[in-house]
Write a protein that binds this ligand. Structure first.
Ligand SMILES: Cc1cc2nc3c(=O)[nH]c(=O)nc-3n(C[C@H](O)[C@H](O)[C@H](O)COP(=O)(O)OP(=O)(O)OC[C@H]3O[C@@H](n4cnc5c(N)ncnc54)[C@H](O)[C@@H]3O)c2cc1C
Length: 465
């Protein structure tokens, strides 16, 4: 096979890698991207997109089931709701496939060459790729490592059989009767909630004292309430110890140190994700590390000249939009633009029920950072639009510096609040003060009025409470 040489080679076509490649192509950089699986990466194939499709299907089904049980004040009734789960999964796969083709098309349009196979560094400028038709050698002036992340395995609960990761949970053949979720972080709760709505008896086992430990209790309370309403059992301060010999139960150690078991058809382990730092030849080039992540500077440069790293392999928050922003920036740096990482805000969304969105500092984080703060909280119970969509649970909370009213953080919990994340991030990115948000006319009736009202509340003159 003839060697290839190019100006830019990217390892991994997840959101970080493929965005970097598209932008590089737009900038006329001669670019090759190597992907071991399919373009789109974790996010598109087994992460963000398929999980949101499953969540949507579960929401729709639960709505119909709700009507059938005549548990609605809306006057709607239906009979005999049913779900053909095979079709649900086929629909989800169809969306993934459309997007996968879409990304391949965008790469082609940007004149990016895609090489399918596993890439490995030979040295800082040379990559070898094991392809289906043999070994391909690629020489590049610049190399971007965008190898992403993989699910963390619990040593006593190795993946296989009835012990599954989020990847398998997104492609089950049937809805499990009894599902145990180990790990009450966002991935476990998103999927656990979806399966509870689809009819599974779900138990969440969390080793920490609370679910979603990175968020404060005020934000997570509506989620705990909804899980309870859905019949999900949440066990905190409980350790998963392994599977029963028959593989039909999870063995646990309870909060008071006793051994117990929870019957399970499937045990979904979602205890976190780890950067993919093996299999691509880290040992050949010996990069500086930052704990388990590849160390980067504010231009995503690693400790080796001409080698960059972006996305989940470089650290928290392991989110698709951070990977994409880094990818875009690195392409521009390689094109000679003067760019560096100066983002103030990366919104984090939990697509739980209700959803959580958080940008910037929480009240506690702001205080710990030495700020004197003003906090405004506006409940959706006082928002007309929220009432019209039965979404009165939750609130918007704005945290600002007491002195100059600079907004330091914004959080919300409520139905559909993920769509407020753009307004929140924009406010932080542009250095908004409480008066900027309060003085912006927000359309009526929308949930976003809750954002304006939270700013007004912090200023001491909310209008609707
Ligand atoms: C169930 C689930 C739900 C999620 N939901 C969200 C969400 O709602 N919002 C959000 O922002 N994030 C979400 N995430 C996280 C998100 O998927 C990641 O942050 C994102 O995919 C990281 O992008 P990346 O480009 O760094 O790496 P990845 O998307 O992991 O892509 C890395 C790619 O590199 C390839 N690769 C690795 N090694 C090699 C090699 N040696 N040679 C060639 N190719 C290689 C892999 O095959 C992979 O395709 C979710 C994740 C999961 C698992």
């Amino acid at each position: 096979m003839k060697d290839i040489s190019c100006k830019l080679l990217i390892i991994g076509a997840g959101p970080g890698g493929y965005i970097c490649a598209i932008r590089a192509g737009q900038l006329n950089i001669d670019t090759v991207i190597v992907e071991a699986a399919k373009v789109g990466g974790t996010c598109l194939m087994v992460g963000c997109i398929p999980s949101k499709a499953l969540i949507h299907a579960a929401d729709e089904f639960t709505k119909v089931a709700h009507f059938a049980a005549k548990q609605t004040p809306l006057g709607i009734s239906v009979s005999d709701p049913a779900i053909d789960f095979t079709q649900t999964i086929a629909w989800k796969d169809g969306i993934v496939s459309r997007l996968n083709n879409g990304v391949a098309g965008l790469l082609k349009k940007a004149n990016v060459k895609i090489v399918t196979g596993r890439a490995k560094f030979r040295d800082g400028k040379t990559i070898e790729v094991e392809t289906l038709t043999g070994q391909q050698i690629i020489q590049a002036e610049n190399i971007v490592i965008a190898t992403g992340s993989a699910p963390v395995e619990v040593p006593s609960l190795p993946f296989g059989g009835n012990v599954i990761s989020s990847t398998e949970a997104l492609s089950l053949e049937t809805v499990p009767e009894k599902l145990v979720v180990v790990g009450g972080g966002y991935i476990g709760l998103e999927l656990g909630t979806a399966y509870a709505k689809l009819g599974s008896k779900v138990t969440v086992v969390e080793a920490q004292p609370k679910i979603l430990p990175q968020y404060d209790a005020e934000l997570t309370r509506p989620i705990a309430k909804k899980l309870n309403g859905l019949g999900v059992t949440v066990l905190t301060n409980v350790k998963a110890k392994g599977m029963s010999a028959q593989g039909d139960a999870l063995l646990i150690e309870t909060a008071d140190g006793k051994d117990d078991r929870i019957a399970a058809d499937k045990v979904l382990v979602t205890v976190g994700r780890k950067p993919v730092t093996t299999g691509w030849g880290l040992e050949e080039i010996v990069l500086d590390m930052d704990g388990k992540f590849v160390r980067i500077d504010d231009k995503c440069r690693t400790s080796m000249r001409g080698v960059y790293a972006i996305g989940d392999v470089t650290g928290e928050p392991m989110l698709a939009h951070r990977a994409m922003a880094q990818g875009e920036m690195v392409a521009e740096i390689i094109a000679g633009h003067n760019r560096s990482w100066d983002k103030r805000a990366i919104a984090a969304v939990c697509f739980t029920d209700p959803e959580i969105v958080a940008v910037g500092l929480s009240p506690d984080e702001a205080k710990q950072a030495g700020h004197e703060v003003k906090i405004g909280l506006f409940p959706f119970a006082a928002n007309g639009r929220a009432m019209t969509q039965e979404g009165e649970e939750g609130f918007v909370r704005v945290v600002a510096a007491a002195g100059n009213h600079l907004v330091l953080g914004i959080q919300a919990v409520g139905t559909g609040v993920s769509e407020l994340s753009a307004a929140f991030a924009l406010a932080l990115e542009m250095g908004a003060r409480l008066e900027d948000i309060a003085g912006t006319i927000h359309a009526h009736p929308t949930q976003s009025e809750g954002f304006q009202e939270a700013a007004l509340k912090a200023l001491g003159h909310a209008l609707h409470i």
